[in-house]
Design a protein around this ligand. Structure first.
Ligand code: C5P
Length: 232
């Protein structure tokens, strides 16, 4: 498990990557989603501040929307987020953005946590739950929630199958991985992956699940933003 070097002034073993480079078209605003207003601050400020104050995290890399690197650096400075070591330009897909951030992770890293800026209400208890399985032989861990609705597979506007729900869950972020495992997963094809765990699974890695958090809602629409704001 991660042996932190916290307090020594050196960068330690657990690195957090924030995927913040999405456009956020569905929010209907004139700026990327990470810079949508959540209360008085940009959405990104919430997860940045929470990871900065999380004792389990030693260093942070942000994948920024193209052209928004400077505002991201300024935001980190305003928040006195001294764990931020780089604000890199994100890519065309989430996986490309994570790959760009992962390239900045130091060799000393043992654990990499990947989080979506679109899920601002990150609680340290989730990070704690996630790190447990890495000490028990798993290469990764993801927070999940049970699926409440009946799920149907649909083709050309018609139901072709009702999918058994008992083995299905909804996966959230943050997701944590052994650093070497994540690097190997990203060494292959990663286009189209909507989360990092799917790449690790594909490469044969064992990924554990832990209890997720309903407040880790992913902000997609203006209604989501209003709901998250009401929970702040
Ligand atoms: O678009 P969606 O909300 O599913 O994106 C999930 C997360 O991935 C968001 O935090 C978003 O900023 C990030 N993302 C990214 N680079 C992209 C697309 C999405 O970092 N090209």
């Amino acid at each position: 498990m991660a042996d932190r070097l916290g307090g020594s002034g050196e960068i330690g073993a657990t690195w957090a990557l924030i995927a913040a480079a999405g456009s956020g078209e569905r929010l209907g605003i004139d700026r990327p989603k990470a810079f949508a207003a959540l209360g008085e601050r940009p959405l990104l400020a919430e997860s940045l501040e929470r990871l900065e104050s999380c004792e389990l995290v030693d260093a942070i890399v942000v994948a920024c929307p193209p052209g928004w690197e400077e505002p991201s650096i300024l935001l980190a400075e305003e928040l006195a987020a001294s764990k931020v070591v780089a604000c890199v330009t994100g890519g065309a897909t989430r996986a490309e953005s994570v790959a760009a951030a992962l390239a900045e992770v130091g060799d000393e890293a043992l654990v990499v946590l990947v989080h979506d800026a679109a899920r601002p209400l990150l609680d340290e208890a989730v990070v704690q739950r996630l790190l447990g399985p890495l000490g028990e032989g798993y290469e990764g861990a993801v927070p999940v929630l049970p699926v409440a609705d009946t799920l149907k597979r649909v083709r050309d506007g018609a139901v072709v199958e009702t999918v058994a729900r008992d083995e299905l869950v909804a996966a959230q972020t943050p997701q944590v991985f052994l650093a070497d495992t994540l690097r190997r997963a990203f060494a292959g094809e990663f286009d189209g992956a909507t989360d990092c765990a799917s790449l690790v699974e594909r490469a044969g890695g064992r990924v554990a699940v832990v209890e997720g958090d309903p407040k880790l809602l992913k902000v997609t629409t203006p209604a989501d933003l209003a709901l998250v704001e009401s929970w702040l």
